[in-house]
Every structure is written in C-alpha cells, then in structure tokens.
Write a protein that binds this ligand. Sequence first.
Ligand code: AMP
Ligand code: MG
Length: 348
Amino acid sequence: MHTVTEDLRSGMDQAVIDRAGEILRRGGLVAFPTETVYGLGADALDAQAAAKIYAAKGRPSDNPLIIHIADWEAIGRIVSEIPENAEKLARAFWPGPLTMILPKSDIVPLTTTGGLSTVAVRMPDHEIARALIRAGGGYIAAPSANTSGRPSPTKAAHVAEDLDGVIDMILDGGDVQIGLESTIVDLTDGTPVILRPGYINQEMLEKVIGSVGVDAALLGENVRPKAPGMKYRHYAPKAELFIVEGTRDQVRERIDALAEKAVREGKKPGIIGTDESKDYYTCGMVKSIGTRTDEITISQHLYSILREFDHSDISVIYSESFETPHMGQAIMNRLFKAAGHQVIKGQE
Ligand code: AMP
Ligand code: MG
C-alpha cells in the first residue's frame, strides 16, 4: 500500500480533511495529530475497519481502542448511560487529554472494545483531529499510531517510521504538545478510578468530582491492571535502560560514575539529562529531555529521545528521574515501563 503524507503544519486545509474523511468512511486508516500523541484512526462503528487497526499495529485483540468524538452531543449514541460525573468531567476537561470509560451501547462493535461491555471515549483538543473526526463520520477509534511495543509517536516522522506502506494516509500537523497518552478514568464502577496517569492528574479530577482512586496496578501492587493495555510492556529500548533516583547531586554523581564505568568496560553509555544537567556529565552520549522549569518539555520529548537512542549504537542508558509536580506520575509511569522497572538509587 502507498501511504500518502499530507503536510498541514502551516494550517488546516479542508480539502485534505475531506479526502482523509472519505478514506475513513470507506473503512481505511488515517494517522493524525492530537494534543497527546499521534493517533491511528479508523471508523469505530465499523468492525472491519477497527480490525485493520489491530492488524496494522500488531496490537493484541484484547487491547481495546479509544473512540474519539468531536462534539459532546455525539456521546449519546455510543454509551448506554451518561453518569453525572461524566458530564462534569467533560465540561471541565473536554476537549482535552482525558479518556472516560463508560458502559457501551449496542452499536459499538466488540472488536473496537476488545470484547468488553464498556467503551473508552475522548474528545481531543486539536483542530485537525476534530475536523477529521467530523469528516470521517463522527466516531473514530484511534490508538497511538505506532507499531505495538514501540514508543508512541509524537511527530509524523515517527508514524512513517513504523507504519509507512501499511496505512492509507498520514496528516502531518507538526510536533504534538503533551507527548504522553491521555489520562484514563473509569466511571463504570462506584468510585472513579484512574487506570492510566496523564496530563490531567488526580488532583485536577478530584476538584471536579470529589474522591478519585488510582488502579492498584499503578501503585506497584501485583494485580492485573484494569486497562488491558497497561499490562503490556509498553516499550523496551534496544539498549538496557536504568532510572537513577535520589537528590539532584546524588543522581548526577551516580550517573556520571556509572557512565565512566560503562566506558571502561567497553560499552557505549547514553544519558538522559535535562538542560540544567547536560553539561555536568563527562562522558557518554548525553541527551537533554527538556527543562525542569517547564515540565511539559520533558513529557514532549520522552518518546522521541527513546527513539533516537534506538537509532544509535548506545548499549546502556542511564536516565535521571523526573518526579515533577504536575505530570511526574505520568512521566515516571512511562519511563519505569520502558526501563522494565530497573531503578538505581543515587546513594549506595
Ligand atoms: P492507546 O489508545 O494506544 O493509548 O491505548 C488505549 C488504552 O485504553 C489501553 O491501555 C486500553 O487498554 C485502554 N482502554 C480502552 N478501552 C478500555 C475499556 N473499555 N476499559 C479499560 N481500558 C480501556
Ligand atoms: Mg498506545
């Protein structure tokens, strides 16, 4: 298959959106930007189209898709009930990086929900995404537009790297804003529960709907995560990845010592630091993920840095940890998964 890439970096083009919408209506696949990561879209109400998503990504069929809508009124057709909390959260955070799990209606195929009786719904905060959703029929299933097991794409080039020749079209809207997948909150079972941390954190949710829990699996307990996708190792870089924890100085000293030792052992170390620390390190391939004074620069670059290391001959990576005030839980959740939970304490 030939994949057409359309350049929308300098703005919207309705003729392009109409062509992309037509592809979706005919059951094809279009990758598009959102504020979180790039999504791989298909008509969510067409089981065959949704099945193509699983095939293109190599995604396990029990890992359900999020349905993207462009207008609040659209939600009524795909859920069997709209709890009051859903309305409150939508008013506060939609369009935005929040996905809600709700009981599904009959028209949503089980292929889209991975066999579940619930459905995940989100309204993205991105002009291109919402225009495409409307042009494509209003209900677009869109997981991250990467091959399963690779980091989520934060720019169109990442999508092409994984899916060129496999999907019909890529809409290039430039680099995404947040860089981590949406927060998922389950509203189907008593107290609302966060199944995946993201930009919208627990405190923000609690301000709107009161007490919100966190899935035990996210807190390190050895139980099955309630979001099926969270049980899969999201991504393992080619190089072994270690996260170093401690105070600022402990972390820097420890990483520098580890990198020196790696060099002595004939390995090629990589380091994930920040604008503040990158000049401190004395050896290894040092990459700055962003600045600690603006944590969104860290979330924005996490996945692209991991992809960059995969294109190098680095054999071991040491990363600082980023327990930042607002998105720390989400950033560290993704980083821990990529590292297979290998953590080194800064102080011996
Ligand atoms: P992605 O779109 O690639 O970011 O992945 C979607 C995430 O949402 C996966 O972790 C899914 O397991 C989760 N998800 C989607 N639908 C549901 C649902 N009905 N119940 C629980 N988790 C869901
Ligand atoms: Mg994904």
